[in-house]
Design a protein around this ligand. Sequence first.
Ligand code: NAD
Ligand code: TYD
Length: 376
Amino acid sequence: MNIIITGGAGFIGSHVVRLFVNKYPQYKIINLDKLTYAGNLANLKDIENKPNYKFVRMDICDFNGVLKLMQDEHVDGIIHLAAESHVDRSIKDPFTFAQTNVMGTLSMLQAAKTAWEGCPNKYEGKRFYHISTDEVYGALQMTHPEGIMPPFTTKASSGKHHLAYGDKFFTEDLKYQPHSPYSAAKASSDHFVRAFHDTYGLPTIVTNCSNNYGPYQFPEKLIPLFINNIRHRKPLPVYGKGENVRDWLYVEDHARAIDLIFHKGVIAETYNIGGFNEWKNIDIIKVLINTVDRLLGRPEGADMDLITYVTDRAGHDMRYAIDSSKLQRELGWEPSLQFEEGIEKTVRWYLDNQEWMDNVTSGDYLKYYEDMYSNR
Ligand code: NAD
Ligand code: TYD
């Protein structure tokens, strides 16, 4: 297969590109990425010279460019991750989110439709796989603030902490109720993907995943930002009371699910991806402080005083909790990593890769692109 992975220089995309390039030497993997502030080719240093990998700097909104690339490369699969992804940025600049997430997805869909309609076998053997988020479902209530046993246990949630904070979960048939400009734009893009299947028969699949964590995440998101701040003994800005709940999945487990669903998922279906692994923000933050302190040889918990409660995020969704039992039942996917193991691995990675972090926080990685791609 010849596959375009959009957003492959970002956090999750880089893990998906790495997995596909290494696992499928017979495929051609084309990483299509605009290299916004969130794209970083250093995330792919280890595979950039592999013969089955190609990087193309392109905006997904560039319909003509994407169409030409699809025709030139005889692309038969698209895994679409490129998006603006940070809720706080979407609150400040909703237009960019509508442009990239909605118009960009529409441009990808229309290019796929046009390119594949011109093929002798049309849609046969083709796949348009759209990566989305659980945030499109809105917010769940915290009906059990002290925690109850969740209905399922997975490897991810099999540690000491094993709680759900409500009795409702996001299932695939739930009505979309996005609250932030980010989730509204992702919801809109999901609707366009389904509309292209229902109207034109485009072979689409949508998945909605919970919060990811792991190496190469841009340090504006909770986990890498806080690991870096703890290391440098900088304040940890906790929104509101720190009671909001997120459901966390190790990024490589998401990439494995994407691989499985791309190959075995049923066209027109939606699959939720998650590990039944709910945590209150403040509890995760305490785990991060203890882990960073221990790995740096500081007394465990010495940095608890960095916790700084700040004004809450506008429209801050209370609880996300995803029910991924359909994916487990129908395709046999399971997270491979227990959460505490994943956090330990993640903290170690950021501490061991300070140069990567410094390049990102100083903005040096952006200058590198401008030199490298100034002639494009
Ligand atoms: P990210 O912000 O780390 O990376 C986004 C990538 O897309 C970057 O490489 C960026 O350069 C590229 N990009 C942005 N605009 C582009 C454009 N116009 N044209 C081409 N490329 C462009 O994002 P992420 O956290 O890796 O998320 C990837 C996808 O997964 C997104 O669609 C997001 O909605 C979804 N998702 C993320 C999470 C999470 O926890 N991070 C959870 C569920 C779903
Ligand atoms: P984030 O990593 O931005 O992901 P999302 O908003 O997509 O879930 O935030 C995770 C949680 O952490 C969310 O409830 C907001 C909270 N948060 C803070 O309390 N402080 C911060 O500085 C950040 C970035 C997030």
